[in-house]
Design a protein around this ligand. Structure first.
Ligand code: NCD
Length: 305
């Protein structure tokens, strides 16, 4: 049994295995011949924060592999958390019903706490502004598929880097591959936490920070835009001040390489102009679809199947 709690837990050989497995899943899905590797298994999906893609792709992945799903969405209100049950108690109960448990929670570190009492594999579907490892893995799969390589890439992250848990899972994965350089593009208010930056520096990771979304566009192979995470702001006013500072517009496309891709974990609000969607370099809907194949692979990984 294997938990999936943090992107930092993966060695390069794990990543290669997961990517290969996801490729097989994609092929099986497209041919309509899917091996029911999770027959008689129960997958629990408990989401204490809203989700469209993560929860529904996990549930679809489970069904495709022949598993059954039990799920609580809006679990802050619709589960015993509302009555004050601890995550540890909830986790113990879920482990007594299901074979694998997928949890999203607004508080950073919740999955680590839950893992201490879990007797079934746990999957982190996002814990506050901390991490979102399955998103990081599907992002990695997408970059591999689109660029045919994971090395020697210039990857720009734009928007709310302070609160982006998807960035915090994707960067540790990409830095395992040689020649990658990161560009962190954000207004001052939304810059990456200094301790994250310090850690990169101390480990010799190549990166630049910039206060401009435009300046570095011609150098990028990947532009990864992020939503300003409204739910992490103390009040509406502080959110309103920064929400429209970084918008990727149609006019920016001409400054980008012909084979660059634009990614986004979605949902996008207005940080990417809608006209960008029809450009072939807009990869975010393909990225979301890849989530299904990667999560199929990850359910198998967690159950060591
Ligand atoms: C992300 C999340 O929830 O962290 N979405 C997702 O899982 N695809 C990013 C976001 O909500 O902005």
């Amino acid at each position: 049994m294997k938990n999936i709690i943090s992107a930092n837990q993966f060695k390069k050989e794990d990543l290669e295995k997961i990517i290969t497995r996801a490729k097989v899943m994609e092929k099986e899905c497209k041919s309509g011949k899917i091996k029911k590797l999770l027959k008689d298994k129960i997958v629990a999906c408990i989401f204490f924060e809203p989700s469209t893609r993560t929860r529904l792709s996990f549930e679809t992945a489970a069904f495709k592999l022949g598993a059954q799903v039990i799920s609580a969405e809006n679990a802050m209100e619709n589960s015993s958390a509302y009555k004050g049950e601890t995550i540890e108690d909830t986790t113990k109960i879920l482990c007594s019903y299901a074979d694998v448990v997928v949890i999203r929670h607004p508080k950073a570190g919740t999955l680590e706490a839950a893992a201490k009492v879990a007797i079934k594999p746990l999957i982190n579907a996002g814990d506050g502004a901390n991490e979102h490892p399955t998103q990081g893995l599907l992002d990695l799969y997408t970059i591999k598929k689109e660029h045919k390589r994971l090395t020697n890439l210039n990857i720009g992250f734009g928007g709310d880097l302070l609160n982006s848990r998807t960035l915090k899972s994707l960067v540790p994965l990409l830095r395992q591959y040689s020649g990658n350089k990161f560009y962190f593009l954000s207004p001052k208010e939304l810059e990456l936490p200094r301790e994250f930056i310090r850690e990169l520096k101390n480990n010799g990771v190549l990166f630049e920070e910039s206060r401009s979304l435009e300046e570095k566009l011609p150098e990028l192979d990947v532009l990864y835009m992020t939503r300003v995470q409204k739910e992490r702001f103390p009040d509406e006013d502080s959110y309103n001040k920064v929400k429209d500072l970084f918008i990727f517009r149609k006019k920016h496309l001409k400054n980008m390489k012909k084979d660059a891709i634009i990614m986004h974990p979605l949902p996008k609000i207005n940080e990417i102009e809608i006209e960008v969607d029809s450009d072939p370099r807009a990869a975010y809907f393909r990225q979301a679809q890849n989530g299904l194949y990667v999560r199929m692979a990850l359910l198998c990984y967690a159950l060591e199947l």
